[in-house]
Design a protein around this ligand. Structure first.
Ligand SMILES: Cc1cc2nc3c(=O)[nH]c(=O)nc-3n(C[C@H](O)[C@H](O)[C@H](O)COP(=O)(O)OP(=O)(O)OC[C@H]3O[C@@H](n4cnc5c(N)ncnc54)[C@H](O)[C@@H]3O)c2cc1C
Length: 417
């Protein structure tokens, strides 16, 4: 009976593939994607045998048991993954210190004792009353003024390409490690335990994330090179019609929320207006052959380089190799990336370069209101929207999978067969 219901899924990134996989046994499922390859922003490209994460380096882990179960029991067994321990660094005032910075104050004292003392003093004086005016205020109340001004503000200005004062702080929950006073003091005397998000993660034994994506996509009916431009509900037979030719009983979108309403026939003006106000950042990346490092990634808060992060992708592989992806926000030219890269003797040779479209959702002051307007409308017409840009949230792959698992349950509850 359910097999008679045809579900259309717009977008075949991690979100679309996950919900497709979860529904395909019970329903007739079809995915449409404008790209010639599936996998969305998590997809890699092979360059000289190295998997280049064009939209920035990725690793997988999850705090959700049902996500781990789905991935390791149903998509790719845990024996086909190896574990990597996070060993992240921050290049801070020309010194390499460990991440997170609030546990590296002892290291900072070795090159700037006064700064280290101010960090401790301000951290202990920070008054967190649980109310935050904006992202800058959130950093000040959590970490104190010195850490905020020396590290969090410069880094966040780079990665968001805007002033943290103009940003909503609510997205940051669970995204950043927040030290309590006890662990902060333990780190000062050298007893620090790293139990922060992603302190360990998984990478495929093939040394290529595409193996996971290919497994996720296997058996699915995916139509590539279909650029969705129009969505219409035909009341005569209760079908959703996409691009005038594809017909579905139910529609799930993972397309960017700033674009989806513009494709829907007769979408109210205030919804289109809200969609147009949503902001996002692109990311430009370059793959490099490098000197050896033991680190998994390095943050670069300083303004002397355009890069905000190096992902040492070669250290995700087993055995390890000397390759790094440099990331910078916005559209940068090959020449600019190469010029900045060549200033750093660690980076030896550029291998490839890419500029993404959607990479980071920007949480400006109005994003919640605009999201609500769009979701009220989508709910009223019965289109489901999930995913990083489908929900306009800072989702990692595992949260995209979690949202797909939750949506499957919702669909099963709504379709009583
Ligand atoms: C720099 C960076 C680093 C990251 N690192 C990690 C990490 O280490 N670990 C982790 O778990 N996650 C990481 N993420 C997040 C992860 O990439 C995302 O959560 C996930 O890939 C999003 O999947 P999605 O399917 O929701 O969106 P997308 O991957 O964007 O998929 C949307 C799909 O829709 C298609 N599409 C768009 N418009 C149309 C249209 N009009 N018609 C048809 N198709 C269309 C696109 O081609 C795409 O395939 C990172 C993200 C970035 C940007």
């Amino acid at each position: 009976m359910k097999k008679k219901i045809k579900i259309g899924i717009l977008g075949a990134g991690i979100s679309g593939l996950s919900i497709g996989k979860l529904l395909t046994e019970d329903f007739e499922v079809e995915l449409l994607d404008k790209s010639p390859v599936f996998g969305g922003i998590a997809k890699t490209k092979s360059i000289e045998g190295i998997s280049y994460h064009k939209t920035g380096g990725h690793c997988f882990n999850s705090k959700y048991p049902d996500v781990l179960d789905f991935v390791f029991q149903h998509i790719m067994p845990s024996s086909e993954w190896h574990k990597v321990t996070r060993d992240a660094a921050i290049r801070f005032k020309d010194n390499e210190i460990s991440y997170p910075i609030e546990f590296a104050v002892k290291q900072i004292s070795s090159f700037d004792n006064e700064l280290a003392i101010n960090i401790v003093k301000d951290f202990l004086n920070a008054k967190d009353d649980g109310t935050y005016e904006n992202l800058e205020d959130w950093f000040r109340k959590k970490f104190g003024n010195t850490l905020t001004e020396e590290y969090f503000l410069p880094y966040n200005r780079k990665i968001w390409n805007r002033d943290p004062k103009e940003m909503d702080p609510s997205w940051v929950k669970d995204k950043l490690p927040i030290p309590d006073v006890k662990s902060f003091f333990q780190s000062l005397i050298g007893v620090s335990e790293d139990k922060m998000p992603h302190s360990e993660f998984y990478y495929p034994n093939s040394n290529n994330q595409n193996t996971f994506i290919d497994n996720l996509a296997s058996g699915l009916n995916i139509k590539q090179n279909v650029d969705v431009k129009s969505i219409y509900f035909n009341k005569d037979d209760n079908k959703w019609i996409v691009n005038g030719i594809y017909s579905y009983d139910k529609l799930i979108s993972t397309l960017p929320l700033n674009e989806l309403p513009t494709f829907i026939s007769n979408c109210p003006k205030d919804v289109i207006h809200a969609a147009k106000k949503l902001k996002y950042n692109k990311v430009s990346t370059m793959l490099w052959e490098t000197k050896p490092t033991k680190k998994t990634w390095t943050y670069l808060p300083d303004s002397n380089t355009i890069f905000h992060r190096y992902i040492h992708i070669g250290n995700f592989f087993a055995p390890k190799m000397n390759y790094t992806i440099t990331e910078t926000i916005g559209e940068r030219s090959y020449e600019e990336m190469e010029t900045y890269g060549k200033k750093d003797p660690f980076l030896i040779r550029p291998l490839d370069y890419h500029v993404s479209n959607h990479a980071y959702v920007v949480f400006d002051d109005n994003y919640k209101v605009n999201k609500e307007i769009i979701f009220d409308y989508l709910n009223s017409i019965g289109i489901y929207s999930i995913g990083r840009f489908g929900e306009w949230e800072y989702y990692n792959m595992d949260v995209c999978i979690k949202r797909a698992i939750d949506l499957k349950e919702e669909i099963f509850n709504n379709i009583n067969i």
